[in-house]
Design a protein around this ligand. Structure first.
Ligand SMILES: Nc1ncnc2c1ncn2[C@@H]1O[C@H](COP(=O)(O)OP(=O)(O)OP(=O)(O)O)[C@@H](O)[C@H]1O
Ligand SMILES: [Mg+2]
Length: 359
């Protein structure tokens, strides 16, 4: 949105508007003028100015800006907030690195979006080393760092300005480009984003780093479902067991969690039964190993899009459909009273609960 003040000569303002209309059609131009008459309005309209507002009419200016943003959002396909809506937050986590979190998060997001059937935002919370952008070949010109000045007053317009659209129904909120920038992102921003984004989309899928940072715990708190990933090797299983113990300690309900076994067919001497015995919980999805997965990452097209019939794609879309879409029930929409645990959790936050637990 560009607002041109009354001191800019009309000729300059209108030639800028004509230029921007061709080069950046999503950008709206609002013109402020001392005098508005039919001739000024006609010339402005011909140049592609969206609204002309008289000097000093602040309410009219705010309304014109909001209308223009609305038009821009429909041009770019960016979602707008709806107060009654409460989308689901799904956090993908594994305490061991390299298990396939990003691969699963990206492909779950594309599966849930299903070509535009649902609206989905993929949030990259691997702040220091996020690779959602590179996995789907997006330019990280807008990242979560842009939200830092909005902490404490983030709204859907602010959140929208951070998003990078990817495909129909699927937008992304990308991680910072450097680890140094990641340090600027406070955990409070994550909590606020996960309040606002669900008013804008049906699902927010959160990719995470491999540590229980305060940011990750805020995402866990805001989630209606935790997807916990492991591979069939002893270190990953040990870390999954520790993760489950930690989530139990924090009183997260077990029915809102799913365990996904990635590279499930790897011949490494452990059967699915062995694994279920170690983690003491059923496995909700088995995703096979395939060289098509790194190939799809290298090409920048998620496997569920590049080859929907592939066994990896099938396993992920089946999991999305049977577990996530079928349980797509708002947790905090006011129609279901939060359990005492959930209410207590909401008051304290997971990180505070963890600290308390340690004392
Ligand atoms: N089912 C699979 N079959 C074959 N390769 C896979 C599979 N899942 C993931 N990979 C590959 O494993 C590597 C790690 O995957 P990914 O980046 O998704 O893991 P991650 O848990 O996000 O890692 P990090 O902890 O570094 O963020 C990637 O090269 C990816 O292509
Ligand atoms: Mg990753």
């Amino acid at each position: 949105l560009v607002v041109i003040g009354p001191d800019v000569p009309e000729h300059d303002a209108l030639s800028f508007a004509s230029h921007i209309r061709i080069t950046r059609p999503a950008v709206g131009v609002v013109l402020i003028r001392e005098q508005i008459n039919v001739a000024v309005l006609t010339r402005a309209l011909q140049a592609g100015v969206r609204e002309v507002v008289p000097v000093g009419a602040l309410t009219a200016l705010a309304q014109a800006c909001e209308r223009s943003r609305e038009v821009s959002r429909s041009v770019t396909g960016e979602p707008a907030g709806e107060p009654g809506r409460h989308g689901q937050v799904i956090t993908v986590f594994s305490a061991k690195g390299g298990c396939g979190k990003t691969t699963l998060a990206v492909n779950l997001a594309t599966s849930l979006a299903a070509g535009g059937q649902h609206s989905v935002c993929l949030l990259d919370l691997d702040l220091a080393f996020g690779d959602v952008a590179i996995s789907v070949q997006l330019e990280p010109t807008r990242t979560i760092v842009g939200g830092v000045p909005m902490v404490g007053r983030l709204d859907s317009t602010g959140a929208s300005s951070l998003l990078t659209p990817y495909r129909p129904g699927l937008t992304t909120l990308l991680a910072p480009v450097s680890p140094g920038e990641a340090e600027k992102v406070p955990a409070a921003l994550v909590a606020e984003l996960l309040e606002v984004l669900p008013t804008m989309v049906d699902f927010v899928v959160v990719d995470t780093p491999s540590q229980f940072s305060e940011h990750v715990l805020n995402a866990m708190d805001a989630s209606s479902h935790h997807v916990l990933l492991t591979t069939p090797d002893v270190p990953a299983l040990k870390n999954l067991r520790l993760t489950l113990d930690m989530l139990d300690l924090l009183s997260y309900p077990t029915e809102r969690r799913s365990i996904v076994l990635n590279r499930s067919d790897s011949k490494v001497g452990l059967t699915a039964d062995d694994i279920e015995r170690v983690v003491r919980a059923p496995i909700a999805a088995h995703v096979p190993s395939s060289r098509e997965v790194p190939i799809s990452v290298n090409k920048g097209t998620p496997i569920t899009i590049a080859n929907p019939a592939h066994p990896v794609s099938q396993a992920i879309t089946r999991f999305a459909r049977t577990t996530l879409l079928s349980h797509a029930e708002p947790v905090r929409n006011g129609t279901r009273a939060p359990s005492p645990v959930a209410a207590e959790q909401a008051k304290q936050g997971a990180f505070a609960r963890l600290r308390k637990g340690r004392r």
